[in-house]
Design a protein around this ligand. Sequence first.
Ligand code: 9MR
Length: 746
Amino acid sequence: MNRRRTALLSLSALLAAGLTAVPAVPAGADETERIRNGGFDAGADSWWTSGVTAGTDGGALCADVPGGTVNRWDAAVGQNDLTLTQGETYRISFHATGTPAGHSVRAVVGLQVAPYDAYHEVVPQLSVSGDTYTYTFASPVDTTQGQVAFQLGGAADPWRFCLDDVSLLGGVPPETYEPDTGPRVRVNQVAYLPRGPKNATLVTEATEPLPWQLKNARGTVVARGRTVPRGLDASSGQRVHSIDFGRHRAPGRGFTLVADGETSHPFDIGTEAYDRLRVDAAKFYYTQRSGTPVRDDLRPGYGRAAGHVGTAPNQGDDRVPCQPGVCSYTLDVTGGWYDAGDHGKYVVNGGISVWQLLSTYERALHARTGRPEALGDGTLALPESGNGVPDILDEARWELEFLLKMQVPDGEPLAGMAHHKVHDEQWTGLPLMPADDPQKRELHPPTTAATLNLAATAAQAARLYDAYDPRFAATALAAARTAWAAALAHPDVLASENDGIGGGAYADRNVADEFYWAAAELYLTTGEKEFEDHVLASPVHTADIFGPIAFDWAGTAVPARLDLATVPSRLPGRDRVRHSVRTGADRYLATLRAHPYGMPYAPEGQKYDWGSTHQILNNAVVLATAHDLTGGAKYRDGALQSMDYVLGRNALNLSYVTGYGEVSARNQHSRWYARQLDPALPHPPAGSLAGGPNSSIQDPVAQAKLKGCVGQFCYIDDIQSWSTNELTVNWNAALTWMASFTADQG
Ligand code: 9MR
């Protein structure tokens, strides 16, 4: 989406029309200017320059930038020793020119010393005539070592940069951000299945039912009816009606829904989009691969060098030491997937992602509507395509091999356990291609949770790869057994909540569910008594585990329960297990029916969690599994309807899947799909799921723009909003599973 850009354009248009003098906004009562000599009236006083020849020229600071430098920071001007206050909102503005046209500047407010954290950064393209740029952000820290820097390096040819009227104003009111939410009729912007449910939401103050019309692409009305007033929707703060046009079944493209004088975004009625989405969602993983070049012939526009193989400036994942004091060996932990927009690799998040990709395939083997060939060999355009193994298994194996490498070797303390994660020593900035990451990589301590993730997924892998590669299956099972034994011996080694520098913490205080999951997978693969006993004795086995969030990386009881219900076994009491899934599904169905946006998600106080889109999809997975178990149409309808939310039937009128729908998320936080920061880089590939609304808005962009947001509105399609707009391997796994289920219902 282009909302942010549009806002910027209209501001510069305003400025070009001479309506605003620079600095753009005079300081109000509580507003304080942090920049000294921002207008360069005192020459270059208070400013530093590096890698450029600079001086004042006509009242501006001008820098001649040499050609042929590599990094942005190889040429820069800036000012240091700025005081920033945590939580305070700042407005940075500056006027700049670039000659010749086409150059850009990376303007950063950040830390002047290592690790050079960036609190706000933009990379606008400069014009020869000059523009004024203005941005608002909140400082995430207290510091007296703040810096404003204008980074100019990386161009092949020399160019000239001039800067004037730099202002960093503290104490400004948070920006009131008005997302452009388009027409008030909210639909699944991609497609409804011909024989599936078809629901929409109308935002309106009207209290009585209103007429609606369904129009085909030629504008002919093909169905009509009346809306159902639903009152105030707590998840958005809007007054809404719902529309059910499920009786219309004829397929076609370019339908619109009209009500209350508004016309929805266009959508299809058909199955084709889901055949594509099933494949695109799964193709996401190849471009997340570490340790191998991404081939441009397989992913046009996305080819890149191998990351973290030890070619400078990478330090390589082939001989990674532990954090100081944690161990005395190094491990080859090359391969695997990058977790998200960062270059970290985390066993617990890799585990749930592998499980869900394997489960997408395993479901297809056992469910009535399953079609395993849809993700079979040759479907995902992988380097391994054509090897006779289903492509989805090839992709999951890329991560599995990495998970196996994270196991502590024999003879070392905690042998058999798995290291929690490997990542950079310090957080890096954006953009940064994996192959360009210069940071030291470190193994973090082994944990029980990571060990059980390894046990669960390696055990699951053993039964699924046996038909294709019995040796790999045997290796995986042996590793799973070793991990299980190590976890039993060390049942309480937890990741630290504070271990979040350079990578995410992924701390989890309760591992009873991980024990249950690993035991379940080991049992389903081996049928052995030890694992059966553990499953049956686990309090998790009989607990009510279908809460507002069914499952995620930290909550793995439901994955275990779903597999015990669906994967054939002789488990005593299996009927009760299957029944419990149905009971859970009934609960999500009740939530969905009460929700005017038709989703199975209503967290306490409408407090949306990090990655809410995938949590909604995971709740839908429970509905879908209940359908697989019972054939009940209501569960199928509930699961399908949940997809509508993610694909556009929501308060922001936005599809959270890149490339799907009229308006879709495309600036997800990523160090390499950083198009928003560098026009030479791509947006994320089609089929990438954004994390979505997160009420806790932990990042500075969200804090500046979304303060006070209600539920569904706590999202912004900005690359710097890492708490609402990242992409991750576990979120796309939920999408892959549900896209595959949906495609199977066509
Ligand atoms: O998805 C994770 C979320 O549940 C946690 O609360 C949060 C803080 O630990 O981390 C999220 O995961 C991020 C991870 O830590 C680092 N890679 C990017 C992940 C998505 O934002």
